[in-house]
Write a protein that binds this ligand. Structure first.
Ligand code: G3H
Ligand code: 13P
Ligand code: ZN
Length: 319
């Protein structure tokens, strides 16, 4: 059944687990996630970005997610709009049936320029009013994502969510979930070496939770950048420089401090890219023309990855 983010995160908080929120833009990803969730009995959050809308088209994306509700009626599914740049875009998603939206007011509508606190409160509050009237949940963001490597002083401060600001933001907007900045960033290039507490500041979550014990936190940029998939990609013709993501153990630590939604996109891209490269390079498949076999290899790889995240974050067994 389609559920709101708030319903699911309240339940997760009650039971002390976190839920991966996977970005989706095609059928194989959607099916991989659902097959994994079905196998380990986990609730699901699937989210669509602007890039996903450009790739698949909003209509196809929405129907792909809604197909899972019909196919797996026993699994709670949240259909979430990731990083909406304005209240207008949130309104569109609400109208088309999303059960949750992220109003990303940490940046201006260009999605590049850091926004003022007042702007962020203003747009987020507007969306909360609108969304709550429709039974839809809202995620807001306070602080800007970005790598802390080689940053000090003021520059570093801007990239870490300020606890006092977070308290004020939650009070003034009444968001259902709060994305926080603790040193992660989007994409595969998060850290140039395995992250320490200096650049992946899990301790900030503890400070945030002390002041906001009832707020559900969201960790963006939470791909772990699996080293085994990196190796597979490079073994079969890829050329990806050495890079590190957010270790699963650190996410599990974050879940103790109120992290409930864990955004993952890059890891599924890596698993499918690696699986496809490996499948095509295998001489045993040289005469294969049924391209479904290629997609199948990607779907299997993504399913395994999803299942290991459901299990690690504790959502398995909680559908
Ligand atoms: O929010 C970031 C996601 O990784 C979305 O990326 O816009 O390329 O789909 P995308
Ligand atoms: P990754 O690039 O680490 O997978 O993060 C995705 C994300 O935060 C989407 O909002
Ligand atoms: Zn994000």
């Amino acid at each position: 059944a389609l559920v709101s983010l708030r319903q699911l995160l309240d339940y997760a908080a009650e039971h002390g687990f976190g839920i991966p929120a996977f970005n989706v833009s095609n059928m194989e990803q959607v099916q991989a996630i659902m097959q994994a969730a079905d196998a380990c009995d986990s609730p699901v959050i699937m989210q669509g970005s602007a890039g996903a809308n450009r790739y698949a088209g909003e209509v196809f994306l929405r129907h792909l997610i809604m197909a899972t509700v019909e196919q797996y009626p026993h699994i709670p599914v949240v259909m979430h709009r990731d990083h909406a740049p304005s209240p207008d875009i949130c309104a569109q998603a609400i109208q088309s049936g999303f059960s949750s939206v992220m109003m990303d007011g940490s940046l201006l509508e260009d999605m590049k320029t850091p926004a003022s606190f007042d702007y962020n409160v203003d747009v987020t509050r507007t969306v909360v009013k609108m969304a709550h009237a429709c039974g839809v949940s809202v995620e807001g963001e306070i602080g800007c994502l970005g790598s802390l490597e080689n940053k000090t002083g003021q520059a570093k401060n801007r990239l870490l969510t300020d606890p006092e600001e977070a308290v004020e933001f939650v009070e003034q907007t009444q968001v259902d979930a709060l994305a926080v900045a603790i040193g992660t960033s989007h994409g595969a290039y998060k850290f140039s070496k395995p992250p320490t507490g200096e650049v992946l500041v899990i301790s900030r979550l503890r400070e945030l939770q002390q002041r906001l014990p009832n707020t559900h936190f969201v960790m963006h940029g939470s791909s772990s950048v699996p080293q085994d998939w990196l190796k597979v990609i490079n073994e079969y013709g890829g050329d990806i420089p050495q890079t590190y993501g957010v270790p699963v153990d650190e996410i599990v630590e974050g879940i103790k401090y109120g992290v409930r939604k864990i955004n993952i996109d890059t890891d599924l891209r890596m698993a499918s890219t690696g699986a496809i490269r490996r499948y095509i390079a295998d001489p045993a498949n040289a005469s294969e023309l049924d391209s479904r076999k290629i997609y199948q290899s990607a779907r299997d790889a993504m399913q395994a990855l999803c299942q290991s995240r459901f299990e690690a974050f504790g959502s398995a067994g909680n559908a």
